[in-house]
Design a binder for this molecule. Structure first.
Ligand SMILES: Nc1ncnc2c1ncn2[C@@H]1O[C@H](COP(=O)(O)OP(=O)(O)OP(=O)(O)O)[C@@H](O)[C@H]1O
Ligand SMILES: [Mg+2]
Length: 579
């Protein structure tokens, strides 16, 4: 994005320190300009300039790079090519296509996923119209179902003087002329720069994840942000994969950042086999995967989350609701830390640079629901996992992230250890969106939504308190009313909060069934209390076999409310007979 002289600048390598390369002689180079290093043309980005020494972080394995090697500026900030051809594919952190089986790439290759591909373009504008950035030029169908909207890129404005007819056209060749600019189906965008929108949209809209504990207790709206902190093996990746598979967004951008490469391949394979409940096409068709797995150079992780958000904003601008999944932002922060130490920056907390907080803020602030430049409504929701070393939730990345997100879905080691999955803790989690959602639910006719949630949370909190008492004095010492509370809380956990990602019947749960399950437990709980108040002993209630209630989530399909209602009615009938 810098001017013409920078595009011509070239210099030489003076010093190499791991992924950090000092270059001299790059006249006119600017911060964040991209450079090509050595014969292979390895991609790097200028991250500090001190006199005539410019420092680049290199996104590729730079073994073999030596002092004296030539370095050329590309004259633009780290940019990616946005256009048709992203959905259903895997890319590295700077959007160069990867073979999923390899998750690796030849050095120095440039990104351009759409360049040599022909697409069937259908125009949707008329020559002579005055168009501005975001205006619809035409459409391309991707896969079987996805409507890729070709828009005037941001910043371009003028009379439409030429527009291609319905035809097969190359994505990198002009299909329109707006003012004096040729426009093709794809364009370059600098990943660190948020794409412009007209206005933030304040009207809350639900994002349904299909995961009961989230949708019922810690719900999220479209355009919001969530963090999933959790110690080693507590289920972060699995929970995020469940959301990627089942949430009701239109596009998913899945950024695998420093995690295991085979996990990315697994998720893609799964998505290829699962079908989208709304379109019937494979879920893979709505997903873009960005992989910077643990076997790739650490610096490429730094770019990958910005690349992911830029891709998400691109689809948002078409009027789609997009979810960005980042697993794990801790691995990304490690890249920041490694870079800081190699460039002798003064470390702040635990070796992370003082810029950690602003970097996290810059990432999560790109979430939002917007009126797009073209006047439609689109959103980017960001869900980032955090892997605190030793499960310590006070460490800097976890603690700073809490400041910038609207929801925290904290995974608890004890729950995971007890195989209570998803191990979302009811002590550490929160949702700042729950009031807004209560309003949406109420407007849609469900006026009891907030009350049911409050009852469930209160029951969990009370049970938590009682459990620590039981550890001291034993269950038998508790009054009957408190004993049945423990029983109800157990049922709530087993039949509502737990959800088996490996079970076809339970992996995803439709909204009506979610509500039916929670209502069933609250109704049973109410009846329990009535019975003990009428002198029925807690022991008698403890002896009741409610296994069908505990297993109700597995009965019928994801939307099968009738199966739940039948179990509820039979359980309530049993209780009635006691009274
Ligand atoms: N909802 C679930 N249903 C069934 N099993 C689950 C669920 N969530 C987690 N698990 C189990 O926990 C295991 C670990 O999950 P996962 O790999 O997602 O953890 P993680 O927090 O990402 O681990 P790491 O810290 O290594 O990245 C899974 O392999 C699975 O056996
Ligand atoms: Mg993981």
């Amino acid at each position: 994005m810098s001017g013409a002289p920078a595009a011509l600048a070239s210099g030489t390598v003076r010093r190499v320190n791991g992924p950090v390369v000092d270059v001299v002689g790059l006249d006119g180079v600017a911060m964040f300009d991209v450079v090509a290093i050595g014969e292979a043309g390895l991609a790097g980005e200028i991250v500090s300039i001190d006199g005539d020494v410019a420092t680049a972080q290199v996104y590729e394995y730079d073994g073999g790079v030596a002092p004296g090697d030539r370095v050329t500026s590309r004259g633009e900030q780290l940019s990616i090519t946005l256009g048709p051809g992203l959905l259903g594919h895997v890319f590295d952190g700077i959007l160069r296509p990867l073979e999923p089986e390899v998750v690796w790439l030849a050095a120095g290759r440039s990104d351009n996923p759409a360049a040599d591909t022909t697409r069937h373009f259908t125009p949707a504008a008329s020559v002579g119209e005055h168009l501005t950035g975001g205006a619809l030029l035409g459409r391309v169908t991707e896969g079987e179902h996805f409507e890729h909207r070709v828009l005037v890129p941001p910043g371009i404005e003028g009379i439409l003087t030429q527009l291609a007819p319905e035809s097969d056209a190359r994505a990198d060749q002009p299909i329109a002329r707006v003012g004096d600019v040729d426009v093709s189906m794809s364009h370059r965008w600098p990943v660190r720069v948020p794409r412009p929108a007209r206005a933030r949209d304040r009207e809350p809209r639900l994002l349904r994840t299909g995961q009961r504990v989230l949708d019922l207790l810690y719900p999220i709206v479209r355009g919001s942000s969530a963090s999933v902190p959790g110690g080693f093996g507590t289920g972060k990746t699995l929970l995020q994969q469940q959301i990627a598979k089942w949430c009701d967004a239109e596009v998913i951008v899945y950024v695998g950042c420093g995690e295991r490469g085979n996990e990315m391949i697994d998720v893609l394979d799964d998505l290829a086999q699962l079908s989208d409940p709304r379109t019937g096409g494979p879920l893979r068709e709505r997903t873009v995967c960005i992989a910077n797995t643990s076997n790739m150079p650490v610096m490429a992780r730094e770019a990958s989350i910005y690349t992911g958000v830029a891709v998400a904003e691109y689809f948002r601008d078409m009027g789609y609701d997009v979810v960005v999944i980042a697993d794990s932002t801790s691995r990304w922060a490690e890249a920041l830390r490694e870079f800081a130490s190699r460039t002798n920056q003064l470390p702040a907390e635990e070796g992370y640079p003082a810029t950690l907080a602003s970097a996290l803020a810059a990432f999560y602030e790109r979430a939002g629901s917007f009126t797009t430049l073209g006047g439609s409504r689109g959103s980017v929701t960001i869900i980032g996992a955090v892997s605190p070393p030793g499960g310590d939730l006070t460490e800097p990345v976890t603690a700073q992230t809490r400041r910038f997100v609207r929801c925290v879905w904290s995974l608890d080691r004890d729950l995971a250890y007890a195989r209570h999955y998803p191990a979302v803790s009811w002590n550490e989690s929160f949702s700042r969106d729950s009031d807004a959602i209560a309003g949406v639910r109420s407007a849609a006719g469900d006026t009891q939504w907030a009350e049911r949630r409050a009852l469930a949370l209160a029951l969990l909190a009370e049970a938590e308190r009682l459990e620590s008492l039981v550890e001291l004095v034993g269950a038998a010492a508790l009054p009957d009313r408190q004993r049945v509370m423990l029983r109800s809380a157990k049922l709530l956990k087993e039949s509502v909060l737990q959800q088996d990602a490996m079970s076809d019947a339970d992996a995803y749960c439709g909204e009506a069934k979610q509500q039916a399950l929670l209502e069933m437990i609250l109704a049973i709980h109410e009846r329990f209390l009535e019975l003990v108040d009428h002198g029925v002993s807690a022991e008698r209630l403890d002896e009741l076999d409610l296994a069908r209630v505990s297993a109700a989530r597995e009965s019928g399909g994801a939307e099968d409310v009738a199966a739940v209602t039948a179990i509820r009615d039979s359980a309530l009938a049993t209780l009635k007979a006691i009274g």
